[in-house]
Design a protein around this ligand. Structure first.
Ligand SMILES: *Cc1c(COP(=O)(O)O)cnc(C)c1O
Length: 387
């Protein structure tokens, strides 16, 4: 990071104590002997994979999960020695990287496994693999009936080791009856599959399945290891689900007022002229826009927080700047607001752990998405400041 970058008013503060708090919450939901694989894909859901990984490992988690080979490489280059699971399916050109960085891929087809075996053979070292069974996610993984044969192939290979057997849940966070039945069936099918693997004389290794939804709602699916992601960053995957523990958002996106002006009634603000002042109004500009990951769909809909009070956006979010309606003198609606008080340099919170600020869940509801996407979207231009 260039030194100038850290001086930018727009920054993502990372509350590392909240990360530790959320990990404690996860630990309190699982048995002491259950291992934890922290999902740090997508740059730790936007929080910074290297920093997040170091903190989680220092707090005793067992391994890390990434989606792209390059993400695993980044952690290794940063000196991280812990096991790294590769959740995603690698491309043929990436297989050498898997071996070089000792990533443990999820694999579910013999052809992929054979290409991994070839790559491992070239290095002369054994590659640890997790047999991925598709019990209902419909993404990657083998049909349950093929698991014993594939497991046997991995076990017989001198260059592969079956380190684990796993599956993934699409609706473990849902409270609907139909979805709960679907997950219950997945768990049943997965356990049956693991049994069949054993009956074929294959040691399935670590059994794992639980994402955040299952960590919180499906203790029967914790098995040997859980793979929480979003819950570590302070959010439940679905706002409707039961919340067995209180979580704390880890990221807070902040900026500060860079420009202030008063405008007369009837003046429009920003592209498209979608916002027009009804009265004389104080308009603040902040140097943050959709290029920073502040979704343009929040235009005229989201609120920001200044000194514990909420203010609405005025007009479209631009690529790099956004305007705020700071109120009108004498306007009843704004009677409690410090109309004249606000100055250039005033801190503005866009979302995060601050009590009065929207959280990523709230912003996601406005734009029709999930907190995952809100924190992942915060772009490279925004420095992460670790507190
Ligand atoms: C992302 C991911 C997880 C973590 O999911 P959360 O919903 O964030 O807890 C676990 N397992 C796999 C395979 C994943 O891709």
């Amino acid at each position: 990071m260039l030194p100038e970058m850290e001086k930018r008013a727009t920054k993502a503060l990372i509350y590392t104590d909240n990360l530790r708090h959320n990990l404690k919450a996860v630990k309190s939901l699982i048995k002491a002997e259950t291992k934890i694989c922290g999902a740090v894909k997508a740059d730790g859901y936007g929080h910074g994979a290297v920093e997040v990984s170091k903190i989680l490992l220092a707090e005793g988690i067992d391994c890390l999960g990434v989606s792209a080979v390059s993400e695993g490489g980044e952690l290794r280059e940063a000196g991280i020695k812990a096991p790294i699971l590769l959740f995603g399916h690698a491309d043929p050109d990436e297989l050498a990287g898997i071996c070089r960085w000792k990533l443990q891929p999820f694999a579910g087809t013999l052809s992929y496994i054979k290409s991994l075996e070839k790559a491992a053979e070239k290095t002369g070292k054994t590659l640890k693999i997790h047999l991925k069974v598709d019990t209902g996610m419909g993404r990657i993984g083998c049909p349950p009936a093929e698991a014993p044969e594939i497991g046997a192939y991995i076990q017989a290979s001198p260059f592969l080791k079956l380190q684990g057997t796993c599956t993934h849940f699409p609706v473990s966070d849902s409270i609907s009856k139909e979805d709960r039945e679907f997950t219950a069936e997945q768990i049943h099918l997965f356990l049956h599959t693991v049994d069949e693997v054993r009956r074929a004389g294959v040691d399935p290794g670590l059994i794992h399945a639980a994402n955040s939804g299952a960590v919180a709602s499906w203790p029967d699916a914790h098995f040997d290891m859980v793979r929480p992601g979003i819950i570590l960053y302070g959010y439940y995957p679905d706002p409707a689900m039961k919340r067995p523990r209180q979580l704390k958002p880890v990221m807070q996106l902040e900026s500060s007022i860079s420009f202030l002006k008063e405008i007369e009634a009837g003046k429009s603000v920003s592209y498209g002229r979608s916002w027009v002042s009804r009265k004389r109004s104080l308009i603040g500009t902040i140097p943050v826009g959709y290029a920073d990951g502040y979704n343009r769909l929040l235009s005229n809909r989201a609120e920001v927080v200044i000194r514990g009070k909420r203010y609405p956006l005025a007009g479209r979010i631009c690529m790099d700047q956004t305007m705020i309606d700071l109120g009108s003198p004498g306007d009843e609606k704004f009677e409690n607001r410090d109309y004249s008080d606000i100055t250039v340099g005033e801190k503005v919170i866009l979302f995060g752990q601050d009590e009065s600020a929207p959280c990523a869940q709230e912003l996601g509801m406005i734009t029709g998405t999930i907190p995952y996407e809100v924190t992942c979207a915060v772009s490279k231009r925004v420095p992460r400041i670790y507190l």
